[in-house]
Design a protein around this ligand. Structure first.
Ligand code: DX5
Ligand code: ZN
Length: 219
């Protein structure tokens, strides 16, 4: 059984609260908060994502899975800490040095959140091996970060397999999250490859039965 983290990126503002209630009832394991700064990716969702995450916190205890697609990740960690996120994930491509990455990992842990690292499709898995023993989750982007509704890049399935192989061989306990273009057609392949947390936005939000799609994806 895998866990399901619903991306709220494509939730419409005027239906937001109702949608969050419905997702809660449909038993999403996490709300996936896609924070974009308009610099690391062209889209800027920083304001709306903070509004949505605050609304979710007021009506639900379901854990927040915060995905920072931003530079100055530390500033965004500070912005989200008051919402007590379960996990905060930053992009390794937005970090200038190894020292900065370890500093950020410690800063997130000191603020009582679990920590994840995300990698873009073009980043090799070897580039993050050294961080794995110090983090709780590795997020493999299965689309180019920046917006929802894209098609999954099939080559990323190989990348999940490679990571799973590495963590098994090296006895590393870590969650593997995949994110982008995930639906009922490709979920099985990703689970078989070793992913244990699936992020889905469009395939859930655009459906007319959240509970059904979420339970199917998790099966
Ligand atoms: C893309 C985001 C993803 C995306 C997922 O930059 O990180 O979380 O919103 O949405 P879908 O499932 O529609 O690809
Ligand atoms: Zn995301």
């Amino acid at each position: 059984m895998v866990e399901l983290s619903t991306s709220i990126l494509s939730v419409e503002k005027d239906k937001a609260t109702r949608t969050f209630y419905n997702l809660e009832t449909a038993k999403t394991d996490y709300f996936h908060i896609d924070v974009m700064d308009g610099k690391f990716v062209t889209n800027d969702t920083s304001k709306i994502m903070k509004e949505y995450a605050t609304t979710i916190r007021q009506i639900s205890n379901t854990p927040l899975d915060v995905h920072l697609m931003t530079y100055s990740a530390k500033d965004y960690v500070e912005e989200y800490i008051d919402l007590e996120p379960n996990i905060i994930t930053f992009h390794i491509e937005a970090i200038k040095s190894k020292e900065e990455a370890f500093e950020l990992i410690n800063f997130i842990k000191e603020n009582n959140s679990r920590v994840g690292i995300a990698i873009k499709p073009s980043t090799n898995i070897q580039e993050i091996y050294e961080f794995l023993p110090f983090i709780h989750m590795l997020l493999i982007m299965t689309v180019e970060p920046g917006y929802g509704g894209q098609k999954l890049i099939p080559e990323m399935i190989e990348k999940v397999k490679e990571l799973k192989q590495y963590i098994n061989t090296n006895n590393i306990e870590i969650d593997i999250e995949v994110d982008g273009g995930i639906n009922l057609e490709n979920a099985e392949l990703l689970k078989e490859a070793g992913a244990n947390i699936l992020v889905a936005g469009t395939s859930i939000i655009k459906s007319n039965d959240y509970k059904k799609v979420i339970s199917e994806l998790k099966k």
